[in-house]
Design a protein around this ligand. Sequence first.
Ligand SMILES: [Zn+2]
Ligand SMILES: [Zn+2]
Length: 264
Amino acid sequence: MQLCTIASGSSGNAAMVRTESTVVLADCGVSCKRITEGLKEKGVEPEKLSGIFITHEHSDHIKGLRVFLKKYHVPVFSTAGTIDEILRNPAMNECDKGLFNIVRQEEKLTIGDITATCFDIPHDAAEPVGWCFVKDDKKVSVCTDIGIATDTIREHIAGSDAMVIEANHDVRMLEAGSYPYELKCRILGDRGHLSNENSGKLISEIWKENMKYVFLGHLSKENNLPQIALAAVENEMAKEHGDYEIYTSIRTANRDIPTDLVTV
Ligand SMILES: [Zn+2]
Ligand SMILES: [Zn+2]
């Protein structure tokens, strides 16, 4: 299986997961043009996509969806709550509603040779989820926009060979920064976003030697820096797993440009 992000951050998110015969997207949160360019850079024609798996309805996860669907007619999979919210937007009337497929949490869904499962995450959206994609004995997970780490999250992302996991903010930068008080409370809350430190703790809790790649994603533009996120996560990992670097490469996912396509 292969994984990359096309964009990752508070301004837009999309990740690509592929096998030899199946390509899917997790979220579609930048313009159709940028998604298309990102896919092509990785050698994938957008019309070859087998599905788009949406985590939740916030605009940084669905911004490019309307135009992408009009152009490429790819099926969309998400929870009932998320699909309701997406289709509530009158602009989505332009899209073929038949492309939207409701998936129940924890239910296994097979698309080509990939089995996808979504699971509950604590975030201030209608019915937000993370996604796991499995082929044979390999597992890739995408889990961002999580207020706190939960047992449900740990159970599902455990055993991942590669994953995109949120490291949204440095708590000190957020507290000292210019965001209004209410927004700071929202981000720090249990249904907001995961701090660098808590991201490191979560990764450390579920880490196994098979975890080859970790992309730290959804970094805040205002309240984080790639080197700070990476240092905080590496610090948490080093506390529990002194030799993790032999097995695992931890990188930050870039806001604007695709990451390398990694293979597990
Ligand atoms: Zn969100
Ligand atoms: Zn988001």
